[in-house]
Design a protein around this ligand. Structure first.
Ligand SMILES: [Cu+2]
Length: 438
């Protein structure tokens, strides 16, 4: 069996399953997002990556912000629940569900004490609702189908309205057919700023990052909403590394990262290199200063928010990633035979009589398999390229780029390491001098 055959054999069953399941999936999305109905105000969607919407102080790498519009003292928003076509990374485009043309949906930004009115248009082929996760709202506005409201039928626009009593970081998602709607990507975050923002002597970089996971059989366009454990595509704000836009900061900035997780099943241990941070807030509110402790990894369970803060005091290119190895990896890390450490020379020799050139992959690790031929609409397990070669991480992986004197949001490129700060091969004289048997 050639390596490509090995791959396709292991994938064939999955592809067949995915095709079968399309019967219970959904029709193809519209070619272009339709205009919002005239009765509702137009959403203020910024389409550019790393959106900092006009008047917003948030930075959403690869995402968007809805700042709403003031109408008679009420801040008005418009969410459109709809089928979307979404690029997870170049080479992997999926047909899935989201809000306002993307997944995650736009970050809803408001201020503590404001009255908000949120119109929700349902362009899905099934009913939906929106639950305001973590917000304290009147019970009838809680968005739970059957329990607190009838569902919003396809084609209709409904209206939610409430006052935001608390500042903080929250989320939104449907409470109808959660297994499908949340899994496909109908998730988003809400940031409610305090009425009086605490003064900071440092420049604040206020990032919003949402974790998500899908099962996407290599070659398929539809994520499988029935998956319970075998998720193979992990993302930050809908993008898998190397498609993630880096977070940038100047040395000395106060960096806040609001991390939300509304993936279907998995919590994520999110790890930051080169810095120590504290968790200052959850979706339940501020953590009192006396109850905070230093960390380099924060556990972000499904259905929760963790807001971390640190001073960016170390220039460099620092990974921010899920520490579960299969979550910092792109498609195809699963369901292939484990040959690690196996002596396959005899087997390979016999197979080569039938298939010249055959070589079993994975006997010395998986790095070679990460470069194998790919089916259409699939991306390499290996993530991206760095200045020194391949970065063997993908998925829920991105880079925090800290530079002296950095201004603006543009990617400053790779870090120029000062001389003598990158490891190199040891010389014989060095080994002998330090008594190391190399
Ligand atoms: Cu993870």
């Amino acid at each position: 069996m050639r390596r490509r055959d090995l791959l396709s054999t292991s994938l064939a069953a999955g592809v067949a399953t995915a095709i079968a399941r399309r019967a219970v999936a959904q029709p193809a999305p519209p070619a272009a997002p339709a205009a919002p109905p005239p009765a509702a105000p137009a959403p203020a969607v910024a389409a550019a990556p790393s959106a900092t919407s006009a008047g917003s102080t948030l930075i959403v790498p690869d995402g968007r912000v809805l700042t709403g519009r003031k109408v008679g003292g009420v801040r008005v928003y418009h969410l459109v629940a709809e089928p979307i076509r979404h690029e997870v990374a170049p080479g992997l485009v999926i047909d899935t569900w989201g809000y306002n043309g993307g997944t995650p949906g736009p970050v809803i930004e408001a201020t503590e004490g404001e009255r908000v009115r949120i119109y929700v248009t349902n362009k899905l082929p099934e009913a939906t609702t929106v639950h305001w996760h973590g917000l304290v709202v009147p019970n009838g506005m809680d968005g739970v189908a059957g329990l607190t409201q009838p569902t919003i039928p396809p084609g209709e626009t409904w209206r939610y309205e409430f006052v935001l009593p608390h500042a903080g970081t929250f989320m939104y998602h449907p409470h109808v057919d959660e297994m499908t709607q949340i899994a496909l990507g109908m998730v988003g975050m809400i940031v409610v700023h305090p009425k009086r923002r605490p003064a900071s002597e440092r420049r604040v970089r206020d990032f919003v990052m949402m974790a998500h996971e899908w099962k996407i059989v290599p070659g398929a366009r539809r994520p499988d909403p029935l998956a319970m454990s075998d998720f193979n595509q992990l993302a930050w704000n809908g993008k898998a590394f190397p498609a993630t836009t880096p977070l940038t900061a100047a040395t000395g900035d106060l960096v806040r990262i609001r991390i939300g997780n509304l993936g279907p099943m998995d919590g994520h241990p999110i790890h930051l290199h080169g810095h120590r941070f504290t968790v200052v807030e959850t979706d339940g509110g501020q953590v009192p200063p006396g109850a905070r402790w230093p960390e380099t990894t924060v556990w972000v369970p499904v259905g929760s928010v963790r807001v971390i803060e640190f001073v960016a005091d170390q220039p460099g290119d620092w990974p921010l990633h899920c520490h579960m190895t299969h979550h910092a990896m792109n498609q195809m890390g699963h369901d292939v035979p484990n040959w690690l450490g196996a002596d396959v020379q005899g087997v390979d020799g016999r197979i080569r009589k039938l298939a010249p050139g055959y070589m079993t992959m994975g006997t010395t690790g998986m790095a070679d398999m990460m470069q194998m031929d790919l089916p259409d609409n699939a991306i390499s397990m290996r993530g991206g390229k760095g200045q020194y070669g391949a970065i063997d991480m993908g998925g829920m992986f991105t880079i925090v780029k800290v530079r002296d004197g950095l201004t603006g949001d543009a990617d400053p490129g790779w870090y120029a390491h000062p001389a003598g700060t990158v490891p190199r091969a040891a010389s014989a004289a060095e080994l002998a001098g330090d008594g190391i048997d190399g």
